[in-house]
Design a binder for this molecule. Structure first.
Ligand SMILES: Cc1cc2nc3c(=O)[nH]c(=O)nc-3n(C[C@H](O)[C@H](O)[C@H](O)COP(=O)(O)O)c2cc1C
Length: 211
C-alpha cells in the first residue's frame, strides 16, 4: 500500500495549468495503489522560515526558547513540525510545478525549508549531515511544465528546479527520482498539446519503476 503525497506549487487552477492537468492524469493512474494526500501549496499556510524557530541550524526550538516566541511564531513552529512529520510518513511524492525563472515557484522552496528538519528528515552532527529517509524505498516524480524546451545536456545549467529537487531528495534518502517534463508549451512547433502528449506517453514506464 503506497502512501502518496501529491504536492502542487502553482497559482493557476487545474483546468488552466498544464503541469496540474498532466499530474492529475498521473495521480488518477496511481491513486488506487494506496492512500493519497494532496497539498496545494498556494492554498494552504506554509510558514516562512525565521531564525528564531531554530535552536541551532535546522533543529526546531523547544522548552523556554519555544515559550518565548509569540503565539503566531509558536503556531509556525507547530506547522513546520507537522509538515516534516507528514513528509516522513509518505513513500511516494508527486510534485507538480511550472518553471518560473528557470526554477519552480518559491512556495515549493518554502515548503522544503519546512521539511528539512534535524532529527526528523535529516541528522546533523559535528561530523556529518545526512538524510534519514532510508528506512524504506521512496520515490519522487517531478512533473514540470516549461515554456521552453531544454535539451538534457543543458539541464544542469538551466533547469534549476529539477536539479534542486533531484539533489535534495537524493540527499534525504529518497531512492528514485523520476522527472516528467512538459517542455515547449510556448514554443512554435511544439505547444501545449504536443508537450502534454509527450509527457503523458512516459507515464506507464515511470509507474513500473515506482511500484
Ligand atoms: C512568472 C513566470 C515565469 C516563467 N519562467 C519561465 C522560464 O524561466 N522558462 C521557461 O521555459 N518558461 C517560463 N515560463 C513559462 C511557463 O513555464 C509555461 O507557460 C508553463 O507551461 C506553465 O505551466 P502551467 O500551465 O502548469 O502553469 C514562465 C511563466 C511565468 C508565468
Amino acid at each position: 500500500m503506497k502512501k502518496i503525497l501529491y504536492i502542487t506549487a502553482n497559482t493557476k487552477p487545474e483546468k488552466l495549468s498544464t503541469s496540474k492537468t498532466v499530474s492529475r492524469i498521473f495521480i488518477d493512474k496511481i491513486k488506487d495503489m494506496g492512500i493519497l494526500t494532496e497539498l496545494d501549496l498556494y492554498d494552504m499556510y506554509i510558514p516562512e522560515i525565521n531564525y528564531k524557530y531554530f535552536q541551532s541550524r535546522a533543529t526546531l526550538v523547544k522548552g523556554n526558547e519555544y515559550l518565548n516566541l509569540t503565539e503566531d511564531e509558536q503556531k509556525d513552529v507547530a506547522v513546520i513540525d507537522l509538515l516534516a512529520d507528514q513528509f516522513i510518513t509518505h513513500d511516494t511524492y508527486v510534485i507538480a510545478a511550472p518553471m518560473w525563472g528557470l526554477s519552480f515557484p518559491s512556495k515549493l522552496k518554502q515548503y522544503f525549508d519546512c521539511v528539512l528538519i534535524n532529527g526528523k528528515t535529516l541528522s546533523i552532527t559535528d561530523e556529518s549531515v545526512e538524510g534519514l529517509l532510508t528506512d524504506e524505498e521512496r520515490h519522487a516524480v517531478y512533473i514540470q511544465s516549461s515554456g521552453g524546451d531544454y535539451p538534457q545536456i543543458m539541464s544542469r545549467q538551466v533547469n534549476h528546479g529539477l536539479t534542486y529537487l533531484k539533489d535534495i531528495l537524493k540527499f534525504l534518502g529518497v531512492k528514485g527520482f523520476h522527472p516528467i517534463l512538459i517542455e515547449g508549451t510556448e514554443m512554435k512547433g511544439i505547444g501545449k498539446e504536443k508537450a502534454m502528449e509527450k509527457a503523458i506517453s512516459q507515464m506507464d514506464k515511470i509507474i513500473k519503476k515506482i511500484t
